[in-house]
Design a binder for this molecule. Sequence first.
Ligand code: GLU
Length: 495
Amino acid sequence: MIRTRFAPSPTGYLHVGGLRTALYCYLFAKKNKGQFILRIEDTDQARFVEGAMENLINTLHWVGLEYDEGPNPDGTQKGNHGPYIQSQRNEIYTKYAQELIEKGHAYRCFCTKERLDEMRELQTQRKEAPMYDRKCLNLSQNEIRELIENGTPFVVRQKMPYKLIKFKDQIRGNVQFDGKIVDDQVLVKSDGFPTYHLANVVDDHTMEITHVIRGEEWLPSTPKHIALYEAFGWETPEFAHLPLLLNPDKTKLSKRQGDVAVEDYINKGYSKEAIINFVALLGWHPGGGENQEIYSLQELENIFSIEKVHKTGAVFNIEKLDWFNWQWRKKTYEEETENDPEKKLKALTEYTKNHLNESFTQDKEVLNKALLIVEEKILKDPKEINENIHFFFDLPNYDQELLTHEKMGVDLKQAQASLEACRAALENQEHWSEESIKEALLKKVEELGVKNGQLLWPLRAALTGVQFSPGAFEAAYVLGKKESLNRINSALAKL
Ligand code: GLU
């Protein structure tokens, strides 16, 4: 059975890069009828953040990534490979560290911080890579016993094998490291707590993880991990290292150039479908000439493959996220409202409720019509609602020039003639619908022998007072007969 895990350190929020890792682990497991495990890597107690784990779990839950095993926010857990929180597993690590020492794959190091600093200083001066010089590897059993009895603080270090460590990464292909130039990593700190490396390997083994899918920044740790698996005599899992997420300027994705916490995007109103869709395609695509870009989580569960993950970094482009958000809002809107104006209005009201200018809500009749008229714009960006409808409530102050349009052949004289003709046509209009308004006005166009734009441009401008707005029929419909005629009259007064 394929088992993957997402193993975040609870730093306070879920990074978008973390979400991508979690998503790929989840999808890979689902696609292969396997299991997805959540493990909290909180060995670095100095970085403890209150509520961070709960926050992380809630965010995963919100986007729909349910894990088969892992901790619950209420302190209970799912699955029988727990505990799933590393700070609750210390005894396990101590036992395994002891085993490594006994087998000669790890050793106690009593060097003081001063000595280590001095050693590194000298190595840097000699332009050598800073590495532990294995002084404590040569201590005799008696010396070690004595130091322990004297209460000398020590760490446990991994004894890196001096050999080539090779593995096949599922994304990057063959990778190899020379064990000789990999530092003897600290596995247990002087406070008795394990480091990431020991805890990670012990947990992946005891939790029966078959595929380790994680960010590229962990690639240099992999030879250390593989050496540990070999030292214990355990089977090594498969590894897949995901390429970095990049800012649009190709630097590593950073807070300085925008938000990196998934929560920030949730708070800004992005839908979970859009976030998942966007993150899934950050460095992955099914390929095979496939142009589709809109994928639901369920679809992704059926088609995800790790081999299709790109090798190069993926650019995090916020405009693309906006686009996905728009597409998903549109899709949901169409599916849920089934072309029923009432349902549409309910949805549009919901999308715009936190952005709408309070005063516009006074005139419900105009507002409701306006919302439906600008539905496309709302679906694209509900935050811009006021810019798209303000002129229905307050006619902006405009110059007579707005009523003219050189390219359409509308000068001041034509504007006046057109507006008078529109007034005549609309005054007689009994039934006020978009269709009937359109019919009446197009009849006028024919009667006068002018082009559509010659009649409709001045009308649209007179009705809205702005350069860009919905068309003349729609605007007249939203405003109603009385207000439309008022606005035509005030335009004529300008001429
Ligand atoms: N705790 C590590 C992190 O925060 C996990 C790395 C791994 O998946 O091995 O990303």
